[in-house]
Ligand binder design. Structure first.
Ligand code: GLU
Length: 332
């Protein structure tokens, strides 16, 4: 009987291994690339002057599985600044330091229904912040991160980004200088939050650190690897570091679901059904929990700030892989 059970377990694990190994995502990525490569809708962001220099032609797709396989097509090594994508990793640090209750209390998890840098949202939302993924909440999150001084705080933020990406990332100095010279709007938001008692440190320091994290360059491969940590319950399948306790990952994914795709997060959820985050540089990363992360880079944006081709591509891939988190029937 014992022998029979052991043989059965071995057979089942072989079947499980091959059914996962057979998940070949490459054809789906290639189809998406062919389908959308000539789509030229949208506009490259220019409110941060140095972002306007990026070619609208750049287009890369990378899928990184929860067990560490990588599929790529297009310009997947081209570097671009994280911009708002950095917000999810700062939130990861803060969740780790403070836990979900303090994050809910001090930052929040509600959609603002307004653009990511809205001053009206700061004035009108109940806790004046909304959530960790609008600019107000992201800067407040940076102010909440605990370290002895600004330099140590930056080291924490940067090391965390490196661990997620399994790489040695660098600040794009051109983007950083360009945004520091033009970020008066963000400075005003930080001061306004401070006036409501919802900022947790020096505003100048937090705006600077926030702008620095937004200026860190990644490739689409690196972004997908960062997402794979969240698809794999907080553990990098590439360096095996547990970067966020698995119990905390759902809180991070919830914030992404509520507000990751700016003020059209509801439409995104309705159409695609995956937690995701986008940045004004044109990157988007979406998470299929337990399965994979898919990252797309394509600079032209829609009016809300989401990459046009990025959205189309991920919607196609989510559909073809049956990954919508609300689908419970006919899952492979
Ligand atoms: N650094 C940008 C800003 O603060 C990030 C915006 C974004 O990607 O949503 O405006």
């Amino acid at each position: 009987m014992k022998k029979l059970l052991i043989s059965l377990t071995i057979i089942l694990s072989i079947i499980a291994h091959f059914s996962f190994a057979n998940d070949d995502y490459q054809p789906i990525l290639n189809q998406a690339y062919q389908k959308y490569k000539s789509d030229n809708k949208g506009k490259v962001a220019s409110y941060i002057p140095s972002l306007a220099k990026y070619s609208p032609q750049l287009y890369g797709i990378v899928l990184a599985t929860a067990d560490g396989k990588i599929y790529t097509v297009g310009n997947t090594q081209a570097k671009f600044p994280l911009e708002s994508l950095s917000k999810i990793f700062a939130l990861s640090l803060s969740l780790k330091q403070d836990g979900p209750n303090e994050i809910l209390d001090k930052i929040g998890a509600d959609a603002t229904g307004l653009p990511f840098n809205s001053v009206t949202a700061v004035e009108q939302s109940t806790n004046h912040i909304g959530n960790a993924l609008v600019n107000a909440g992201a800067m407040a999150t940076v102010s909440l991160i605990k370290a002895d001084n600004g330099n140590n705080k930056w080291d924490l933020i940067m090391n965390n980004l490196n661990d997620y990406a399994d790489s040695k990332l660098e600040i794009n100095q051109d983007v950083y200088q360009s945004e520091m010279a033009t970020n008066q709007h963000n400075q005003a938001i930080a001061k306004l939050l401070q006036s409501y008692g919802h900022f947790y440190g020096d505003t100048n320091e937090a705006v600077d650190l926030y702008t620095r994290e937004c200026s860190v360059d990644v490739s689409t491969v690196e972004l997908a690897k960062m997402g794979a940590v969240l698809a794999n319950s907080g553990k990098s399948p590439f360096n095996n570091k547990q970067l966020l306790d698995s119990k905390l990952v759902p809180y991070l994914l919830a914030e992404m679901t509520t507000a990751g795709m700016y003020d059209t997060s509801g439409t995104w959820l309705y159409l695609v059904g995956l937690p995701a985050k986008s940045g004004v540089s044109g990157g988007i990363v979406a998470i299929a929990p337990g399965k994979f992360a898919v990252a797309v880079y394509s600079p032209p944006l829609d009016n809300s700030g989401n990459s046009v081709r990025g959205q189309e591509t991920i919607r196609y891939i989510a559909n073809q892989t049956n990954s919508n988190i609300f689908i419970t029937k006919d899952k492979p």
